[in-house]
Design a protein around this ligand. Structure first.
Ligand code: THG
Length: 262
């Protein structure tokens, strides 16, 4: 499982403050904590309050790379903001993200090729987020076809069926799980799948329990990657255990410690 830490996001009040005040230490602490808890990659999102997202993205990428070596997931809807980050990254980055709209694919696919990065394709378009798995599959197929036309390797594509909060869109969680399974069958080699896990529990009173349960079900459906909170230890323990049961980790009595020492 490819784990992308979600905590460097201006959506969080302390991160928004740290970005505004250019408080390097605060960002570097969150970067270090996520990596030592098992994140393989860090999401970088300036947040909705950023007045200069391009400069903020550059500052975040430089600040994070001073203390950790993991690749970064550049999270913005603006190609210029993503490109500002791509120019600075030291590892193969993740572009987070394009939608299925042709005009978005026309911008993000050349960018992903030019900088040899991974690309997350959200199965949504101008009409918004689909309401069932068949519409998600249609958009996923359009994104995969766009990649093939642009000669972008499908092995570098992550398809994101878009997780919605279970308290307001309850039937969608089931559709997302079915989509994860079906996206894998779209092409050969299979495109990878990813979700923004914490979306599922927004506004609920039992966030950690809902996140944990949904992640394990998604892993069972074949999920390859997730944007999540790696500091949630019970979530990480459950993830490691699910991988053990799916025969993706070797069992030993101390498998939790063994995983963390990797
Ligand atoms: N897919 C992709 N990228 C994504 C998402 C996705 N990036 C953003 C998001 N979704 C994933 N990251 C988060 C980060 C935080 C939260 C949810 C998803 C979150 N934040 C608290 C909240 O809104 O309640 C903030 C609370 C606070 O201020 O402390 O839940 O789906 N490709």
């Amino acid at each position: 499982m490819f784990i992308i830490g979600e905590l460097i996001n201006g959506m969080y009040k302390q991160v928004e403050r740290a970005i505004r005040e250019k408080d390097k230490k605060a960002i570097q602490k969150i970067a270090n904590e996520q990596v030592s808890s098992g994140a393989n990659c860090l999401d970088v999102n300036c947040g909705p309050a950023s007045k200069d997202p391009l400069a903020d993205m550059q500052w975040l990428v430089e600040t994070i790379q001073e203390v950790v070596q993991v690749p970064l997931s550049l999270d913005s809807t603006k190609p210029k903001v993503i490109e500002a980050g791509l120019k600075l990254v030291k590892k193969k980055a993740v572009i987070n993200s394009t939608s299925a709209d042709q005009e978005k694919l026309d911008v993000f696919l050349p960018l992903a090729k030019q900088y040899s990065s991974f690309l997350i394709g959200l199965t949504m378009d101008k009409k918004g987020v689909p309401q069932d798995k068949d519409q998600r599959l249609e958009l996923a197929a359009a994104i995969a076809a766009g990649c093939q036309e642009a000669d972008f390797p499908l092995s570098d594509l992550f398809l994101d069926p878009i997780v919605l909060p279970v308290n307001v869109a309850q039937p969608q969680a089931r559709h997302v799980l079915d989509s994860i399974h079906e996206f894998k069958l779209l092409a050969n080699p299979s495109p990878k799948t990813i979700v923004g896990l914490s979306n599922v529990s927004q506004g609920t009173c039992t966030r950690n329990l809902i996140n944990r349960t949904f992640l394990i079900m998604a892993l069972g459906a074949g999920l390859d990657a997730a944007i999540l909170d790696p500091l949630d230890k019970e979530l990480m323990d459950s993830l490691i255990t699910a991988e053990l049961i799916l025969d993706k980790q070797i069992y030993c009595d101390s498998y939790l410690d063994a995983y963390r020492k990797k």
